[in-house]
Design a binder for this molecule. Sequence first.
Ligand SMILES: C[S@@+](CC[C@H](N)C(=O)[O-])C[C@H]1O[C@@H](n2cnc3c(N)ncnc32)[C@H](O)[C@@H]1O
Length: 382
Amino acid sequence: MKKNLTLSEEEKKSSDKLKQIIHSEIKLEGPISFSRFMQLALYHPEFGYYQAKSNIFSQDGDYTTSPNISSMFAEVFVNDFEKIFELSGKNILELGAGNGNFCTSILKCFDSRKIDFEHYYIFESSASLIHVAKTQLKKKLSPKDYSKIIWLEELPSCFRGVIFMNEFFDALPVGVYLKKDKKVFEKYVDIKNDHFVWVEKSIEENYQFNNLPIDKLPNDYTFEYSEGYELWVEQIRKTLAQGAIFIIDYGFHEQELFHPDRSSGTMMCYSKHQSHFDPFLNIGQQDISCHVNFSLLKRLMDKNFQIEGFVSQANYLINANILELLNAFDPEDDVVYRKKVSELNILISPAEMGDIIKVLAFSKDINLQLEGFSKNDRSHTL
Ligand SMILES: C[S@@+](CC[C@H](N)C(=O)[O-])C[C@H]1O[C@@H](n2cnc3c(N)ncnc32)[C@H](O)[C@@H]1O
């Protein structure tokens, strides 16, 4: 184990308890799917990662996300959101809002630009992150704006406005599969000598992967598939009456995702700003995520929504004029200006988050021309 991934006493206690819970389930029911393992590792209501840890996105946490790097990330979406507000409803619904930083930056920007909105709805499963988000939103927003935030336990129907998700799909539990000798096996989690181990099981012959190009995969190829995509697309279909949906995540179109070089799959674990490939390490104390299959999302969304664009994060932010936001800062003010340039660099540099993160958007019952997709749209690759 890498030295600085060693857990504190308290973290180890929590991780051991979760390990015991998973052990008991396997002892009772036999090997469990990786999807079930990931559900418990990330979302167990007491010891799962997103419940047990509340400082995930900070310097002394595990990893960071675009809304946590810079308020400029959220501010750039405001012009496109305003257009959608005019044509549908002045509401935002954010799924998986984490510590609420995107909401904070958006609502502060609305306030300074005098942009009117009805409600900001948040659907977040982690009680400890909801607590963090509520505390910071209360501190940073006016009482009037704070009162317009609605915390949801289920998605509404007849929603009009913007549905926004940053790094939501990459956190959904996935099954892990192996294509070997023209057959597909599912990788389950078992216990051997008190340790978690992988075991392979054949899958039902007619198991559907929603048209993944499995025939084209090379031999000995591991890939992930989440049934959650279809479930969430169906939820969104039931929710959105009119407006637009933004999906922002690490990932690729299918041809790139299933490149022969990616034969071990895309699963990554994050802890203390380091990444590795072992989901059985420090269970409940590290993040586990997989790259998003944007082609699959498009296939599922196509049935009910109109695609608006698919670009890299860098392209969306540059098309929507993120560089102009720098004009608000004085280049003579060395400390602040340099900090902003450095944040911008992390968001748009291809070596950082600029290229690997994509922005995919859809609309329903409105005619849109969004700034963020005005150049370099790669929808045709999906
Ligand atoms: C990778 S984090 C991203 C957080 C935030 N959007 C950001 O960009 O900083 C994923 C978030 O989705 C939430 N989440 C995952 N599954 C969820 C579900 N089924 N319902 C609601 N929230 C969920 C997690 O608790 C977590 O806050």
